[in-house]
Design a protein around this ligand. Structure first.
Ligand SMILES: C[S@@+](CC[C@H](N)C(=O)[O-])C[C@H]1O[C@@H](n2cnc3c(N)ncnc32)[C@H](O)[C@@H]1O
Length: 448
């Protein structure tokens, strides 16, 4: 058999027909023809991968050689080689993808074919969109959560004035900027300097209309005043941490690596986590772990921290994680999450006064929205989501008279209409692509 010397390059948008057939672009077909019109299609990494016969034989041989070394590779071999199907190109240049592979890659109608030199990939357009967003943001390391849902509820239009109160990796921000041009104004805030520096680069194409501020979102009313903006058409807030902060900021947000116990989102703030851990009385530490982390073993953890700090300051994430592991009896330690997860989250919330900031924001935000203006909020912590839900319901209800009053005496009318009766959560495709999204809860409203 003749061996193809050509390579699969380029990206092509395509569709899959109702019978599950894909038309192969002519440049790809020329390569396949050399291999006798046959392609081997297999599943991997959320997409399908298609090889000509000679390329497939090479890949197979390499995988078989590797499977001699570990059981993990043997499982991979069963998945990758065992899942492959041989597809023949028909006279019209189409290949029929078996239903089981279509299902794996969630191929519905719109697809993307992506040349990968020795093979090409077949992606569902939706999954490919998620992956693209992820790759774009990998420099700063954050993957935006529910980007399509945020766009849907925020509904940014050309000429709108929109705010992203937590710019982070600028994923949501970029989509908003795209939608509000021409004539729009974008105001982006983040209390983390690194996020704002990244956003300046990521949004440089929108520089004249994108105004970025290294500020806490509680400063939003003053910032809008300074910009002489009376009201806005859309606000998004996506709480919590960016992947960058967790993985590579070196500021001790995670117990996965041993770092200084800092946890300040804004380094200009004065109190670090180490200061709280080493100075607060035992009782106050326990209250923080209970209130913000809902930690059952709060008292024991606080007690061990105080005992440890009498010998030496507890100022590294590794030290703190170790103390928490010692404080929780082995049999009670969760197998799903690291025992220190709740304590780290609680400390971070305390260091950054996260619930106080959210309460302030929820207090003033209705007054900043124009009529028809939308607010879209994503929370990861149940305490935050409860605060958002309560405030949204209050604003939507209007009247606050007791239920047994025959007539309304307070005279208050609804200020907003809820766009989400129940919380919106990320879909399965998104959670598979970005496991950090799994606990996200979105709520949205529109100002009346
Ligand atoms: C989950 S990330 C946001 C990701 C962003 N939506 C995106 O698409 O990339 C959360 C961001 O909120 C910022 N943040 C948290 N609390 C804040 C506050 N009170 N004021 C301003 N920014 C805050 C964090 O520094 C972090 O960068």
């Amino acid at each position: 058999m003749e061996k193809s010397t050509h390579q699969f390059r380029e990206t092509t948008f395509n569709t899959i027909d109702p019978k599950g057939r894909i038309s192969i672009p002519s440049r790809f077909r020329d390569i396949i023809r050399v291999g006798g019109e046959r392609v081997f299609v297999t599943r991997f990494d959320m997409a399908l991968n298609a090889y000509t016969i000679d390329q497939w034989l090479e890949v197979e041989a390499r995988i078989v050689a590797l499977t001699k070394t570990s059981s993990k590779m043997r499982r991979f071999r069963r998945f990758f080689i065992g899942g492959a199907a041989e597809c023949v190109c028909d006279k019209q240049g189409r290949i029929l993808i078996p239903p089981i592979l279509r299902q794996y890659a969630e191929l519905k109608k719109d697809i993307v074919l992506i040349g990968q030199i020795n093979h090409f990939q077949i992606w569902s357009r939706e999954r490919w969109g998620f992956r693209q967003d992820r790759d774009f943001q990998m420099g700063y390391q954050h993957v935006s959560v529910m980007p399509n849902e945020v766009q849907l509820f925020l509904d940014p239009r050309p000429g709108d004035i929109c705010v992203d109160a937590t710019v982070g990796g600028a994923g949501h921000a970029k989509r908003i900027c795209q939608s509000i041009q021409p004539g729009g104004v974008f105001v982006g805030l983040d209390r983390d300097r690194a996020a704002i520096d990244n956003a300046k680069a990521a949004l440089s194409a929108y520089a004249p209309m994108a105004r970025l501020f290294n500020n806490n979102f509680v400063d939003l009313p003053q910032i809008l005043d300074r910009l002489k903006i009376g009201g806005v058409d859309g606000v998004v807030m996506d709480l919590g941490l960016s992947l960058h902060q967790i993985r590579s900021s070196g500021r001790g947000f995670s117990f996965q690596t041993d770092e200084p116990l800092d946890m300040r989102m804004d380094r200009r703030d004065d109190r670090t986590a180490a200061e709280l851990v080493n100075r607060l009385p035992e009782r106050e530490l326990a209250i923080i772990f209970k209130r913000f982390g809902e930690e059952r073993w709060a008292d024991r953890i606080a007690k061990l921290i105080v005992a440890a700090r009498e010998k030496a300051p507890v100022d590294r994430t590794g030290q703190l994680a170790e103390i928490v592991v010692q404080a929780i009896p082995k049999v009670r330690q969760s197998k799903r999450i690291h025992p220190a997860t709740r304590v780290f989250m609680a400390l971070r919330i305390a260091v950054n006064h996260e619930l106080d900031c959210l309460a302030k924001f929820l207090g003033f935000i209705p007054d900043l929205l124009n009529a028809g203006g939308r607010l879209c909020m994503i929370a990861f912590h149940s305490l935050e989501d409860r605060m958002i839900k309560k405030r949204f319901n209050e604003l939507a209800k209007g009247c606050v008279c007791p239920s047994d009053f025959p007539v309304c005496t307070c005279g208050r009318t609804p200020q907003v209409r809820l766009l989400t009766r129940k919380i919106v959560r990320p879909g399965q495709v998104e959670v598979e692509a970005n496991p950090m999204a799994r606990s996200a809860k979105l709520r949205a409203l529109v100002r009346l």
